[in-house]
Design a protein around this ligand. Structure first.
Ligand SMILES: [Zn+2]
Length: 325
């Protein structure tokens, strides 16, 4: 694998909606860096949501009936609705792709705060729980490494016996833990060491429960410069986090789908962190797993795009090296 199969559509990122538009910035950067093979998701069949979210909420969100339609915290529009549906379609398609390729990115953001009756915190519908709902044949394990706890996903666990979650967060956001839901709260000093210890426990959980699929929330809002971050981990630590999660999937031969989840710095900065996650996936699953190619020096010089050169000069993209997992 030289490039990462990635579901994305311009429909994901309406320009008038900044929370979604940043996905387009990330997509552009990933393409300029030659990291991804973009795949357009098929049209979404909304019947896939039936029985997951309440019928009342689904109808109100589909038709723009307030106040429920905008409970995600973004004013409802047909563009917001269609972006959400497209991301959900990409999510289900990415699962099928990962079952053959091992890893797949759905370049989507918010899913994990949405509960059955409404949206929340930029998440309209829960695309993580949707996978477990649409694929009862799969034991689905969510590894949520967003800054915020996966409270919405956790709320679906009681109704989906094939759904498991481990959530590592700096901000709990109502994610309390319980049956098939494990929580790891990163706080105070030594965040990096705490994060490593939490990943050790997640590794044990994955080995114990042997899922058929991992869904990975590779959140960028736990980065030390993010205005919402309490976990405050460095770009290097985030890269090592990604390597470890992808390494778990690869070692145990469990297909993994990941989404970029939250990020509240400038879109260009979030895009750089998202690109690091793709580079980690390629380092673990791609040819770089055996032949690391540092994206500095001569390789960096191959890029003539001023944006890419500027990013490389600032050092926010982590240089590739031997895998640490
Ligand atoms: Zn978040």
């Amino acid at each position: 694998m030289k490039v990462l199969p990635t579901y994305f559509s311009s429909v994901y990122a309406p320009p008038e909606t900044p929370r979604f538009w940043r996905l387009s910035v990330a997509a552009d950067l990933m393409q300029k860096l030659g990291l991804v093979e973009m795949i357009e998701p098929p049209p979404f069949d909304t019947s896939a949501l039936s029985g997951l979210h309440s019928e009342r909420y689904l109808t109100h969100f589909d038709q723009g009936i307030e106040p429920l339609a905008s409970t995600l915290g973004i004013p409802w529009s047909t563009a917001v609705r269609d972006a959400t549906y497209a991301m959900l379609s990409g999510q289900l398609a990415a699962v099928e792709r990962a079952q053959s390729s091992g890893v797949c990115l759905n370049l989507a953001c918010g899913f994990h705060h949405a509960v059955a009756e409404r949206g929340s915190a930029y998440c309209a519908l829960n695309g993580l729980a949707l996978v477990a709902h649409a694929r009862p044949d799969l034991r689905v394990f969510v590894i949520d490494c967003d800054e915020h706890g996966g409270n919405g996903t956790e709320s679906f666990i009681a109704q989906l016996p094939n759904l498991y979650q481990a959530s590592i967060f700096g901000t709990r956001f109502g994610c309390l833990g319980g049956p098939r839901s494990w929580t790891f709260h990163i706080r105070g000093r030594n965040a990096a060491a705490q994060y490593d210890a939490a990943l050790d426990e997640v590794d044990d959980l994955i080995r114990e429960h042997r899922p058929d699929l991992i869904l990975y929330q590779s959140g960028a809002d736990c980065h030390e410069n993010d205005p919402k971050s309490l976990a405050r981990i460095s770009a290097d630590q985030m890269f090592r986090r990604d390597l470890r999660v992808f390494g778990m999937a690869r070692e145990l031969t469990v297909p993994i789908v990941f989404v970029v989840a939250g990020g509240y710095q400038q879109p260009e900065q979030v895009a750089q962190l998202n690109a690091n996650s793709v580079r980690a996936a390629l380092q673990v699953f791609g040819e770089a797993a055996t032949e690391p190619t540092p994206l500095t020096g001569a390789a960096a010089g191959a890029h003539t795009d001023p944006l890419v050169e500027d990013i490389l000069a600032k050092g926010l993209l982590v240089p590739l090296g031997p895998a640490t997992t």
